[in-house]
Design a binder for this molecule. Structure first.
Ligand code: F6P
Length: 358
């Protein structure tokens, strides 16, 4: 049966979103289905006039967009004050009716899946999710679109910082995103052969960092790289900032300056400098793996829609693409870095200081 699908991107953007959109457009058009690209997350459906455009292979997939980062459709990140769930669900239901949608594909993290799945409860519309986030913390799936490109951006930054650190006999602290999960920090620290990596999942001490810097010095090397997750706390267990976004979630940033001050006040054999990479981590040319994931996930989403599956998210599990119900995704909660993973073990085996890991 011919379907009319709406596709939207929700939450912080990342590389690979446009390839996901293109994949859904291509797979759907093979079946003779229509695809509406919804602008600015759910806003394009809930706000009036509704904001959307028809996407075809010709006007979208054949354009340069699938090769680029950002979201062609625009996205909606937390920090936007929303009305009550009841009021938003009502608007969403009206939008689905006005746009005559049979299905919605949500490209987002677990938060977005949860929100849209709640809006759709009781509606005669299918919903399929596709996971994306540079944090790689979407539950159940091993990979979310955008993570590998962010790792690439951060690894390149480690390489670049190494060169300037080497020129000036410095230790440079690099703060990366990831919220409360250390995946991005650990993967890029390992790929970039950093000396120290601090993640929210493992407590650390300033003395532990200093001991590592001393060991680096003693080995005859005059530079060091320290990668830190934005979500780590101070040595006393406090978050640096108490800033909150409009939906009450903590806004991170600033821990690298704290570490710079603390280390410099106790140890002066290296000059310490810090860099916060910021939103550059969400951009960059999507690497091949993110584009592969995007195409595989998009095709799977269309297959699930054809089979009549509802309220499921596509997932990557042990080399296979499967799906899991929204209920299971939401129940699971965000995925933290496994402190017994092979990445962590390798970091330890290489002598990286990763905190007081048991
Ligand atoms: O969740 C993705 C993410 O990039 C986090 O790593 C980061 O903390 C946050 O979004 C930043 O959000 P904003 O775009 O609101 O600054």
């Amino acid at each position: 049966m011919k379907k009319r699908i709406g596709i939207l991107t929700s939450g912080g953007d990342c590389a690979g979103l446009n390839a996901v959109i293109s994949s859904v457009v291509q797979a759907a058009s093979q079946k003779g289905w229509e695809v509406l690209g919804i602008h600015n997350g759910t806003d394009g459906i809930t706000e009036t006039p509704h904001s959307y455009e028809e996407l075809t292979v010709h006007n979208f997939s054949d354009s340069p967009w699938p090769r680029l980062s950002g979201s062609y459709l625009g996205s909606l990140n937390k920090g936007v004050k929303m009305e009550s769930l009841e009021a938003m669900s009502k608007k969403f239901a009206q939008g689905i009716k006005d746009l005559k949608l049979d299905a919605v594909v949500v490209v987002g993290g677990d938060g977005s899946m949860n929100i849209v799945s709640n809006y759709c409860k009781g509606l005669d519309v299918q919903v399929i999710g596709i996971p994306k986030t540079i944090d790689n913390d979407t539950p159940v799936t091993e990979f979310s679109v955008g993570f590998q490109t962010a790792v690439q951006v951060c690894t390149k930054a480690v390489d670049d910082l190494f060169l300037t650190a080497r020129s000036h006999n410095r230790a440079i602290i690099m703060e990366v995103m990831g919220r409360d999960a250390g995946h991005l920090a650990m993967h890029s620290a390992l790929a970039g052969a950093a000396d120290v990596c601090l993640v929210p999942e493992i407590p650390y001490t300033i003395d532990g960092i200093i001991n590592k810097l001393k060991a680096v010095k003693a080995s005859g090397r005059n530079n060091a790289i320290i990668v830190v997750s934005e979500g780590i706390k101070t040595e006393n267990g406090e978050h640096m900032s108490n800033k909150k976004n409009l939906v009450g979630e903590a806004v991170y940033g600033g821990i690298s300056q704290y570490l710079t001050d603390e280390i410099s006040s106790r140890y002066n054999e290296f000059q310490i400098r810090s860099t916060t990479l910021g939103h550059i981590q969400r951009s960059g040319t999507p690497v091949a793996f993110d584009r592969l994931l995007a195409y595989v996930y998009g095709a799977k989403a269309v297959e699930l829609l054809e089979k009549g599956v509802n309220r499921h998210m596509v997932i990557w599990k042990a080399g296979h693409v499967e799906s899991a119900s929204f209920d299971d995704i939401v129940k699971e909660g965000t995925t933290k870095l496994n402190t017994h993973s092979d990445y962590v073990k390798a970091a330890q085996a290489l002598g990286m200081y990763i905190g007081e890991c048991k």
